[in-house]
Structure formats: structure tokens, C-alpha cells
Design a protein around this ligand. Structure first.
Ligand code: ZN
Length: 471
């Protein structure tokens, strides 16, 4: 019931929005679209066959909204389902329920849903510690009293022209409370609360997809986040929406193997790295960027970061070990993405090898039985650049798009959110009195009806959200 949810949200928005703080991680709309980009890149095989069915596409899209639905419902399950213990409990339920036979429609739906929520959780860790952190380094600022998540979604809605909604989202609603309760957090949540959270997320996609409703927030996003706006959809930028779409393809391969219990930790534990094996021109220190300068390890199973430290070694071509420290999103010890920080400046034009020793273990006890390693070469010193591979151009701000191009102007109509997935005009919906609104100190003369819907979007999402360390 999009209209009812949004109307309620508009009322609540006025009461709670003032307390909103900057959240991190992608917005709901971005999460769904990253999933869509991954679907478009699937190689032929089991997952491509699975997602030939539109019902399964809808299920993975719904799954990609699920973790944040808990924030929308103001229930702790949102944070809980972002982490590996929930994924582990979900996989155990899957194994017990279907005994490896995933040929039924119900089993396929549950696998699609899992790929959605697990991918979301991974994407949060990546985006927060790469592109979003890089944007802050480049001068992007927090937006006073607003969640950056939702306004960054509008780079997709308006700059990329991406339009979709997620209606009647699938989830294994009846069974999720037991899976959550059986996890290590033993949290009690009802099916009704989860349904409410998912309904709010569905409502949010109706707002986020409508350029007429979100234009003011979009302008605010560009005002405060010009670097993010420039590179949000730039595949060269680690942590951008298309970059993470490609990453998900690799992660889903591991998740599918885990569902089938055909996973091999020595193959699947480290499914991606930055720099990639064979990369050149890697930086010798973090002076250009902390966010993009660390060596990043993408794990197909969550790990205990500190327990893993002794298994990681970084050596130059002379075989001498370089000491390192490890970092992770939110400072969490339990994590799926680990950043390796060399404690010393690396040598120019030198091959380094990072190795994960045999016996590296995951959070739930899977262990590798062979070392995993990859190598990369550092860039050349300034005086030798002419003899070396050319350095890539640095990513800078701009050009900024022409904001008015292609964006329908708001007029006197009152949008009807529940008149169809893409309907933006006509009667119905909520209406509040007209007037201007001040955003970040800039007065935008937008009819308050649209602002009401945008406020509703923020509250439908929960308005205030902040990821935190697992432990
Ligand atoms: Zn999230």
C-alpha cells in the first residue's frame, strides 16, 4: 500500500527528520540497481538460468532491499541481517529445508533472495570504505540533517535516467523470524514487522524513481557531493555502482557454491582483490589516497580480521616481508572486506606478492588447505615515468551535468504514487500546503507536496541510520 505508507511517513517526517544524521552505505534504490547491473553481467550458467525467470529477478531485487528494511521498521533485525551470522543461519536453514535439491520454485526464490541480501551487506562495506571515503578526501561534505544515502540515489534517478520500482516484494516472511531468532543474536521479530519494513522499502522506490519528486534533493546532492556525483556511475572508480555490480557477479558465484555445499575455501575465500593479480602502477604509499591506496581483500566468507592477520604476508621481489596492519568497515572485527595497509613505503617499480597462508580460517571454521596469493607491480618513480606504463589519469570532479536537462518541472499537480509504477501525475496521494523549503541553506522553491513525498521517502527508509561494528 504505497499511498498509505507514504502518507503516514509524510506526517512522521516533520517530527523526526530534524534528528537525522549522515548515514553511510548506499541508498535502497542504489542497492537494487547494483543488483540489476550484476544480473546483466552474469556469464552463462546456473545463475543466468535462474534469473531467466522474472519472478527470480524480482526476488533478488527484493532481497537487496531487505537488510535496510529493518532500519525502515526501526527494528534491530536490520543491523543483524547485514552480517555473516545471519547469512550462515539462512544457509543452514536452506540446507536443512531442501537437502541440496533446489529445483523447486520455493527453493529458487530463497536462493535469489539470499543473493540479494548478502550482496547488499557486502556492498555496504565496500562503498563506505572506498568511494564514499574517497569522496570525503576530495572535499565532499556531509549534508546537514540529511541522509546521504537517499540523495545519492538521485544521481541514478536523474543523471542516469534509471527508473524502476519494487512492488509486492518477495521474502520468505513466515520463516525469517525463526532464522533471525536462531542466529547468535537470538533477536525476536515478528513477520508483521518485517512485512512493514519491506512495504516501506517498496514505497521508497516509488519516490526515488520519480525525478519530479526528488529534484530538490538531487540538487542538494550535487551541491554537497560533487566528487560522488561525478564518479557514482564511473566504472573506473572502485566502489562505484557499476564497479560493485561486477564485484557482485564474483561474490554470487561463491554464494551459489556455498548454497550447494560445493564451495572450496582455497578457491573461494579470496574471490577478488584490489589491486588485481598482475596489476601495474600500484601506489607506493597512501599519500594520494587512504581510501583507494590500501590493498583490499574481498572474502567469500566473513572472517575474524584480527585472527587472519598472522596468515597474511606481503613480500617484495627480494622476499623480505613488509609489515602490515589491517582495517575494515566500521572498525568491525567480523567482516568480509579487509584492507591491508603496509607499514612502510613500498619500493618503486617492484613486484609485490600478498599471500594468505594455508590454514586461513573463516568466521565459521572453514579453512584453506593451500596458500592463496596474488602479485602486483608498483608504479615508477617520477624521474622514470617515460620508461614505464603510463599512469592513469586521476579522477577529479566534473564535469557537472546540466541540472535542468531532461528533468520535468514540478507543476500544480499532486503526484499519485499508487497509480502505477511510473505514474507521477494526477490526483490522489498525500498533499500538504504549498510553500518553499530550505535545504542546506539554499531555498528551493519547490511545492511542498513534492517535498512531503521526499521527506516521506527518508522516513520510509528510517531517516536515521548508521551501520556499526559487528564486534
Ligand atoms: Zn545496508
Amino acid at each position: 500500500m504505497p499511498r498509505r505508507s507514504i502518507c503516514l511517513s509524510v506526517v512522521v517526517a516533520a517530527l523526526v527528520l530534524g534528528g537525522a544524521s549522515r548515514a553511510s552505505a548506499n541508498g535502497a534504490y542504489s542497492h537494487v540497481h547494483i543488483t540489476q547491473l550484476a544480473l546483466a553481467q552474469l556469464p552463462p550458467g546456473e545463475l543466468a538460468d535462474l534469473f531467466a525467470d522474472p519472478e527470480m529477478v524480482a526476488a533478488v531485487e527484493a532481497g537487496s532491499m531487505f537488510p535496510d528494511s529493518g532500519y525502515a521498521a526501526s527494528d534491530p533485525y536490520g543491523e543483524i541481517v547485514h552480517w555473516e551470522p545471519f547469512l550462515h543461519a539462512y544457509l543452514e536453514d536452506l540446507h536443512a529445508r531442501f537437502a541440496g535439491d533446489y529445483s523447486s520454485r520455493e527453493a529458487k526464490l530463497r536462493i535469489a533472495f539470499m543473493l540479494g541480501f548478502a550482496g547488499h551487506a557486502f556492498v555496504d562495506q565496500v562503498y563506505d570504505t572506498t568511494l564514499l571515503e574517497r569522496a570525503a578526501e576530495m572535499g565532499d561534505r556531509e549534508i546537514p540533517d540529511l541522509s546521504y544515502d537517499q540523495v545519492a540515489d538521485y544521481f541514478l534517478t536523474i543523471d542516469q535516467g534509471i527508473r524502476f520500482t519494487v512492488d509486492d516484494p518477495y521474502a520468505p516472511y513466515a520463516d525469517l523470524p525463526a532464522i533471525i531468532a536462531n542466529g547468535p543474536d537470538a533477536h525476536a521479530v515478528t513477520e508483521a514487522v518485517i512485512r512493514d519494513g519491506m512495504s516501506r522499502m517498496s514505497s521508497l522506490t516509488h519516490v526515488q524513481s520519480n525525478p519530479r519528486l526528488v529534484q530538490s534533493w538531487y540538487l542538494t546532492a550535487w551541491e554537497y557531493g560533487p566528487f560522488l556525483g561525478t564518479h557514482y556511475y564511473d566504472a573506473r572508480a572502485v566502489g562505484s555502482v557499476p564497479w560493485m555490480g561486477g564485484m557482485l557477479v564474483d561474490y554470487w558465484r561463491v554464494l551459489a557454491a556455498r548454497a550447494h555445499e560445493t564451495d572450496v575455501p582455497s578457491r573461494d575465500l579470496l574471490y577478488r582483490s584490489v589491486p588485481a593479480d598482475g596489476a601495474t602502477n600500484w601506489n607506493v604509499d597512501l599519500s594520494d589516497s587512504h581510501a583507494w591506496g590500501r590493498i583490499s581483500l574481498f572474502f567469500g566468507y566473513a572472517v575474524d580480521r584480527d585472527a587472519l592477520a598472522s596468515a597474511i604476508s606481503l613480500r617484495g621481489s627480494d622476499g623480505v616481508a613488509v609489515p602490515t596492519t589491517l582495517e575494515s568497515a566500521y572498525g568491525s572485527v567480523d567482516c568480509s572486506l579487509v584492507h591491508v595497509v603496509p607499514s612502510a613505503t613500498l619500493a618503486y617499480d617492484t613486484t609485490y606478492t600478498l599471500e594468505l597462508a594455508a590454514g586461513a580460517t573463516t568466521l565459521f571454521g572453514e579453512a584453506t588447505d593451500a596458500p592463496i596469493a596474488f602479485s602486483f607491480r608498483t608504479r615508477c618513480a617520477a624521474e622514470r615515468l617515460s620508461e614505464c606504463p603510463p599512469l592513469p589519469d586521476p579522477l577529479v570532479v566534473g564535469p557537472r551535468p546540466e541540472h535542468d536537462a531532461g528533468v520535468p518541472r514540478l507543476d500544480a499537480g499532486t503526484p499519485a504514487l499508487d497509480a502505477g509504477p511510473h505514474a507521477a501525475t494526477g490526483g490522489g496521494g498525500c498533499s500538504v500546503s504549498h510553500g518553499g523549503v530550505a535545504l542546506g541553506g539554499v531555498a528551493h522553491g519547490t511545492p511542498a507536496s513534492s517535498v512531503g513525498f521526499a521527506l516521506g521517502a527518508l522516513v520510509a527508509f528510517g531517516g536515521v541510520r548508521r551501520r556499526r561494528a559487528r564486534r
